[in-house]
Every structure is written in C-alpha cells, then in structure tokens.
Design a protein around this ligand. Structure first.
Ligand code: ZN
Length: 122
C-alpha cells in the first residue's frame, strides 16, 4: 500500500477549512496543484426587484489526492492563504465533465434558439 503524501489537504493533511464554501465549474486546471473555479451567484437588485446573475473566478488549491479537469463541478472551501492567489481548497468533486455531457449542452443550446425567435413578439 502506498500512502498518499497530502500535506495541503483537509482530509489527509493538516489544512483546516473555515468560512465559506462554494460550488462551481473548473474554468482552468493548467497550473500545477491549482484550479480556477467559476462560481455563479445571484444578487438582488432592489430597484428592479429582480436578481442579476453574477459570476466570479476563484483560484483554489487542488490536493494531490484529487484529479480535476476542466469542466468538472467541484466544491471548494475557504482556508488559510496557500499562495499569493489561493485561499481556497477543493474539497469534493461533485461531477466529472464527459463527452456525453458536452453533447447534451450543445443540443440544449440548439433547442433554445428557435424558441427565443418565436417568443419575440410585443
Ligand atoms: Zn489528500
């Protein structure tokens, strides 16, 4: 049995999490042990009594025990500053991105287009 050396990990290491947790999609996983997570959230606009959809990108640390790729949906938690730009750590992979999933989203986008045109009256 080989033991995973995970020092900066909330499960295997001593990295403690606190504060906020976010769920988002991985926008980039190019840098080693790092992932850029895009988080979508709603903010209420009092004047219009509606919500505006906002998104922001959070750089998070990826522990050695986790293998993430672009498009994966992950859960991140706030922790101490790990590097200059990282103060969050990936704690859970919610769903993996796959080819079948991408096809589905393409079909969904195709379906949306004609319905928008037909609804454009008044
Ligand atoms: Zn670990």
């Amino acid at each position: 049995m080989t033991q995973i050396e995970c020092t900066l990990c909330p499960v295997h290491g001593s990295l403690r999490t606190r504060g906020m947790t976010f769920k988002g999609t991985i926008a980039s996983a190019r840098a080693p042990k790092t992932a850029v997570i895009e988080v979508q959230y709603l903010r209420r606009v009092p004047k219009y009594e509606r919500y505006e959809k906002l998104r922001s990108k959070i750089h998070a640390h990826v522990p050695e025990c986790m293998a993430v790729a672009e498009g994966d949906v992950v859960e991140i938690a706030e922790c101490r500053k790990v590097s200059k730009t990282k103060a969050h750590v990936v704690v859970k992979i919610v769903s993996k991105a796959s080819g079948a999933f991408e096809e589905e989203s393409v079909h969904a986008a195709k379906r949306k287009k004609p319905s928008r045109k037909s609804a454009g009256k008044g």
